[in-house]
Design a protein around this ligand. Structure first.
Ligand code: SF4
Length: 193
């Protein structure tokens, strides 16, 4: 679906969906590799290791196409399973910009474009990969076609590479940016934002 059709589709979906919006989690892929000390307490790693699983195996999940699934029954048959205007927490069991997901990401961007009636929130500790991972339809003026993705954020990095926030994250064309500070591992006085 091209960008214009996506926009029309999203506008129609808003008109045709009377359900209240929801807040949901969409994990299109699972698994990761630690990037620095900020990953020491990764809940995904801890959980997998407690079950004897290898959290470094990155794979697509059964919910890969969750945002574009449609209902086959119920009074809202034909609508997307995820109501219009929902807020979608994206990729919380991996990192959206993980290199192992390079071949899947374009399709994920396409799903987000199709659901431009929703907002997508993602967190990454790999801001240096964002520029190379933007969708091919991304316009040269620095804006997405329909701005269906809204937040990308980066945690405080206690390593000397903390300036990655400035170098890689701040120039990103996300419509909104947040910088979660959990855990706070460096004195706030050292933050230069
Ligand atoms: S980047 Fe996130 S998901 Fe990946 S190991 Fe670190 S804390 Fe876990």
């Amino acid at each position: 679906m091209n960008g214009q059709l996506s926009f029309i589709n999203a506008a129609e979906e808003k008109l045709n969906d009377s359900r209240p919006p929801e807040t949901i989690i969409w994990n299109p892929w699972y698994g990761c590799h630690k990037v620095s000390a900020v990953c020491d307490n990764c809940y995904m790693f801890a959980r997998d290791l407690s079950y004897g699983m290898d959290p470094r195996q990155v794979h697509r999940t059964g919910n890969y196409n969750l945002p574009v699934r449609r209902l086959r029954s119920s009074p809202h048959k034909g609508n997307y399973k995820t109501p219009s205007v929902s807020h979608i927490y994206t990729c919380f069991t991996s990192v959206f910009f993980h290199p192992a997901a390079d071949s899947w990401r374009e399709e994920a961007w396409e799903m987000m474009r199709e659901r431009s009636d929703c907002t997508f929130f993602m967190i990454t500790k790999r801001p240096e990969r964002i520029a190379a991972c933007l969708p091919s339809s991304f316009s040269s003026d620095g804006r997405t076609q329909n701005e269906s993705w809204s937040h990308i954020s980066d945690p405080l990095d206690p390593s000397p590479n903390a300036n990655r926030i400035h170098r890689y994250f701040m120039p990103t064309p996300a419509t909104n940016r947040t910088i979660p500070s959990n855990p706070i591992t460096i004195p706030r006085i050292k933050m230069i934002l």
